[in-house]
Design a protein. Structure first.
Length: 73
């Protein structure tokens, strides 16, 4: 029963990575407006912060999948 590919630390890192991805996409989300042009689409939060948070989540997901536990068993 102990021959699982992922250990507890892998699942914890994957959960953190998933949360970062969700937060990044939430930061990219904007408000609906009836204006034809909304200058808020060029805000720091949407253009810079959100992609950095999302990409760090994707990078952490790769690390979480490839992480190998030091102890056996």
């Amino acid at each position: 029963m102990g021959n699982f590919a992922f250990k507890k630390i892998n699942f914890i890192l994957m959960a953190i990575a998933f949360a970062l991805i969700v937060v990044g996409f939430f930061l990219m989300h904007g408000s609906s407006t009836t204006l034809e042009f909304n200058p808020d689409i060029f805000s720091f939060r949407r253009i810079t912060l959100a992609p950095i948070v999302s990409m760090s989540g994707f990078a952490l997901m790769i690390v979480a999948i490839l992480w190998k536990s030091k102890k056996r068993g």
